[in-house]
Design a protein around this ligand. Sequence first.
Ligand code: ATP
Ligand code: MG
Length: 137
Amino acid sequence: MMILSKESFEIKREQDFILFRNRAKEVAAKIGMSQVGQTKLITAATELMRNMLRYADGGTGIMEIIINNNVKGIRLTFADTGPGIANIAQAMQDGFSSGNSLGLGLPGAKRLSNEFNLQSEPGKGTTVTIIRWKNGS
Ligand SMILES: Nc1ncnc2c1ncn2[C@@H]1O[C@H](COP(=O)(O)OP(=O)(O)OP(=O)(O)O)[C@@H](O)[C@H]1O
Ligand SMILES: [Mg+2]
């Protein structure tokens, strides 16, 4: 796998979502991702950015164009230095929320992505990485 481009964004408030989403859509369109694929990508990104604002004090969003076996994709990484997640399996369940919400953000983001990775350490923070390939399902 190779990284073809990389951009970083501070995500500190809800207004920051707009810039990130617009750029993600632009970059996804540039590699030829379908409209549906673009929408899945930015919907997942929105959930992960919402979590960074809600459960941490915001964080960083990284946007990369990657290529693997001649197939391009977009990799998004959301990293915060918030409280972390003690029980990741529980957090990934549909309907689990520590914040009286729907508890659909993380499992939804996973379903909307072709690849999903969550790493978290209590007291250190949380990093979620998602990939959508150009022609991903
Ligand atoms: N960045 C994060 N830092 C710390 N805890 C997190 C973070 N993201 C998610 N969590 C924990 O994982 C739980 C599940 O997250 P998820 O996004 O699925 O649901 P939610 O945010 O509670 O509700 P919804 O996203 O449906 O509004 C959260 O309630 C929270 O406890
Ligand atoms: Mg959420």
